[in-house]
Design a binder for this molecule. Structure first.
Ligand SMILES: C[S@@+](CC[C@H](N)C(=O)[O-])C[C@H]1O[C@@H](n2cnc3c(N)ncnc32)[C@H](O)[C@@H]1O
Length: 246
């Protein structure tokens, strides 16, 4: 099975908010609110259940969204203020872009979601689609992990995510270094049965992401190692990268 734009939501929407809190929402929304300033028009790609968008609206930022999954949009709509955000359900990497009314001053794509696009071509197209919707000098901010393949042996890895007397959650993954693909299966062995939640990702290191950005007309403006503006260095586990349209 290949992941389409709505696959993640179909598999995860049911318990997304309970199980997918990165623990950085306060820092990241404060960072973006300061960067953008009130009154700017901002596009969030893969807006999901509104984890970032709803607090940003509260801070005076005008947000619109693109989201591949109706199920994720339903979660956002059910929250206070969720119905006031303009959202287009569609693929952020669609070959013909998206229709949502722009132009925007800024766009962002966080929580490793660039890697949910499982080919290099789709990731480049995502940058191009954003560029087409931004004002000159507009910015595009990306947050992803820095790939760390040190736990893989023979292109495989298996880890225990959670464990108690009555259950265990495992993560099994295989790595294809040629496609830069991680094919994962989150295996939850529970008292009432086994639940499988697959995930596919195409990872990229920061220099490749910079090149994708350049192909779409952006230059790297700043890069941090975290939402508290930590310096980015070889020990950084993640990066927050800000690109500016030329
Ligand atoms: C890890 S969640 C992040 C959601 C939200 N941005 C956040 O930070 O909580 C990934 C989101 O990307 C969406 N998504 C995955 N592929 C997509 C695509 N090709 N186009 C648009 N949205 C996509 C999923 O439906 C999901 O809502």
């Amino acid at each position: 099975m290949e992941f389409a734009a709505d696959t993640f939501g179909k598999l995860n929407a049911e318990d997304y908010d309970a199980l997918n809190d990165p623990g950085t929402t306060n820092e990241s929304t404060a960072f973006l609110a300061e960067l953008y300033g009130s009154g700017s028009r901002v596009l969030e790609l893969a807006i999901g259940s509104g984890r970032m968008a709803l607090p940003l609206v509260q801070k005076g930022i005008s947000i619109s969204g693109i989201e591949g999954s109706e199920a994720m949009v339903d979660l956002l709509r059910a929250k206070p203020g969720g119905r006031d955000i303009g959202i287009e359900v569609g693929d952020m990497a669609a070959a013909d872009g998206y229709q949502i009314d722009g132009p925007f001053d800024h766009a962002f794509l966080v929580f490793n979601t660039l890697f949910n696009l499982t080919t290099q071509a789709a990731q480049v197209q995502c940058f191009r689609n954003v560029a087409a919707k931004l004002n000159p000098g507009g910015t595009f901010l990306i947050e992803t992990f820095v790939p760390d393949l040190s736990s893989f042996k023979n292109f495989q890895h298996l880890t225990t995510k959670r464990l108690d007397m009555g259950f265990v959650w495992l993560e099994a993954a295989v790595h294809d270094p040629l496609a830069q693909r991680l094919d994962m299966q989150r295996v939850r062995i529970l008292p009432d049965g086994v639940k499988l939640v697959p995930l596919q990702m195409r990872y990229a290191f920061p220099p490749e992401i910079d090149l994708m950005a350049q192909l779409a007309g952006f230059n790297l403006a700043s890069r941090w190692g975290g939402w508290n503006r930590e310096p980015f260095d070889r020990d950084s586990k993640m990066h927050v990268s800000l690109y500016r349209l030329r």
